[in-house]
Design a protein around this ligand. Structure first.
Ligand code: SF4
Length: 333
């Protein structure tokens, strides 16, 4: 098996609720700048801001809307409506706006969407920003994005370096998985070899069951298995990890990295040092950089983006690792 990390060359394209990118499109003409939390990493992505309520023609400023009935999915089924604060029925406009916004995302080639939770339109797990008992999640736009399998990231998680690190590494794996050829049993094994550690971290029981099912496949698997596998692993990659599991992965993968390459990363602390979530995120990023620099894949982030990563040159790798890299024949196996 090839043990190099997979490095995506194309800049990932991410859709975002326009009001989270500083566009003053909320009903009250305000916005949030959530991308500021990413610092320089913001430039590693192409952003596609959309506002379904503006696409609906509701304008800024406008009366806030709410779902009258169950939730956004029920709106699409004709069993709930969208109403403005004054009681006006704006259901058709908001549905049109949601369709138009999704068209924009598809035309741009976006592979994920960062949403403002708490919006009756873009929200996925909440549809009210304050504690108003109006409509349950998801929102009208959130419902179609969920149903159509978009990779959905809550904007609030951009504030946490560790949560963002987790979303980003799963997103890169998700993007790679959508296009990787899956036509043979060997293809399945190759892809699973890349992603299984991350999947085990996310849901160990599920991942071990899948591993056993793959091992039991006959020589000529049913052709349906390939897309089922892609869909199941994609669903898994949408689920967040936890700080405890991420810390466990960091320690395990760093131990493995040291054993396989014979190298250390000076800034990564000893296993018994107490770490806060910011430090865990920083050390995971250092692990990614060491992986790119040495060409040694780490299972906790097997797919990387070339944007700001050091290319695997000896000089850059030695600078990161703080010491000379031995020739391949000298490195521990
Ligand atoms: S519809 Fe979405 S993008 Fe537009 S203001 Fe509401 S949450 Fe923001």
């Amino acid at each position: 098996m090839d043990k190099q990390p997979i490095i995506l060359e194309n800049r990932p394209i991410i859709g975002i609720s326009a009001c989270c990118m500083g566009c003053p499109v909320r009903y009250n003409g305000r916005s949030f700048d959530m991308l500021k939390f990413l610092g320089r990493e913001k430039g590693d992505f192409t952003w596609v801001p959309v506002c379904p309520e503006c696409e609906a023609g509701l304008g800024v400023v406008r009366p806030p809307v709410h779902i009258a009935g169950e939730h956004g999915a029920a709106v699409w089924q004709g069993e709930a409506t969208v109403r403005s604060r004054g009681g006006q029925d704006v259901t058709q406009q908001v549905m049109e706006g949601a369709r138009a916004a999704e068209d924009v995302l598809r035309r741009a080639g976006a592979q994920a969407f960062i949403y403002l939770d708490g919006s009756p339109t873009c929200g996925v797990y909440r549809t009210t920003l304050r504690d108003q008992k109006r409509g349950k999640p998801p929102g009208v736009f959130g419902a179609i994005l969920q149903e159509r399998g978009w990779f959905l990231i809550p904007a609030l998680d951009l504030q946490s370096p560790l949560k963002w690190w987790d979303w980003r590494r799963r997103l890169l794996a998700f993007i790679w998985l959508q296009d990787v050829p899956l036509q043979s049993k060997d293809d399945l094994f190759t892809v699973w070899y890349r992603l299984k550690f991350m999947c085990q971290e996310l849901d160990d029981t599920w991942a071990r069951t899948l591993g056993r099912e793959l091992a039991a496949l006959g020589q000529k698997p049913d052709p349906e298995i390939y897309e089922t596998f892609r869909r199941q692993v994609s669903d898994q990659l949408r689920k967040p990890s936890t700080p405890a599991r991420l810390k466990g992965s960091l320690l395990k993968q760093y131990a493995n990295f040291r054993k396989k390459t014979g190298q250390t990363v000076p800034e990564i602390q000893a296993a018994d040092v107490r770490r806060n979530v910011t430090t865990i995120a920083r050390e995971l990023t250092l692990m990614e950089r060491a992986s790119a620099a040495t060409g040694h894949m780490i299972g906790t982030a097997p797919v990387l983006y070339s944007g700001k990563l050091p290319k695997p040159s000896r000089q850059k790798a030695e600078r990161l690792l703080g010491e000379a890299i031995p020739e391949a024949s000298e490195a521990a196996d």
